[in-house]
Write a protein that binds this ligand. Sequence first.
Ligand SMILES: N[C@@H](CCC(=O)N[C@@H](CS)C(=O)NCC(=O)O)C(=O)O
Length: 214
Amino acid sequence: MIKLYGNKVSPPCNKVEMCLNALGIDYEFISLDLFKGENKTDKYLAINPSGKVPAIEDGKLNLSESNAIIKYLCRKVKSDFYPNDLVQQAEVDMWCDFVSQHLNMQGYLPIAFNRFVAKKIGLESNANEIKKGEEVINRFLPVIESQLNKTKYLVGEKLTIADLCLLASIDPSELIEVDLKPYPKLLAWRKNLQSQDFYKKTHKFYGECMMAKK
Ligand SMILES: N[C@@H](CCC(=O)N[C@@H](CS)C(=O)NCC(=O)O)C(=O)O
């Protein structure tokens, strides 16, 4: 059985878990506490030398990088969530990169770190980083909104892994105070996906794992 090493607060980990659930692949979830450095043990570094989560173990294969993992999983079970068609696949790749590199890395990540993680690890929150993150989000969410005005999903009329990238990235919006109200198409798209089994099997809502700990 595939082993998924991750943490429920990590959007890239949730993306992989949503994908496993959407594909109906059985997996064992191994939770690593990043605040306790469980991602820096020799055992885990042998699986992913960067110490980042997520990573999967599938037989002899150790694989990290959430986008590489979800593409591998789709190919493994021949799912059209990652279409074979040259043009559609290129569009899925484009949106996966767009979401991961712009929206997530430069937008959500700095906001999440400075509004949420910094406090937990005793660091000062950097207001300038939050402002820069908000500028990125204000620049790129309208691009997504305009795409969802044209098509039901990010690429055409069927769910693809590009949607999973986006869904997992914007999942912490409420927790980190990113306002999605200016984006009605995005909100409707999100509501539809959050009602689906693959999302509910991953979690009821982002942050559920933190509630359970209280
Ligand atoms: N590009 C990577 C990003 C992974 C990543 O940044 N993971 C964070 C959690 S969201 C992590 O492992 N942080 C712990 C660390 O950097 O030590 C992916 O998509 O898998």
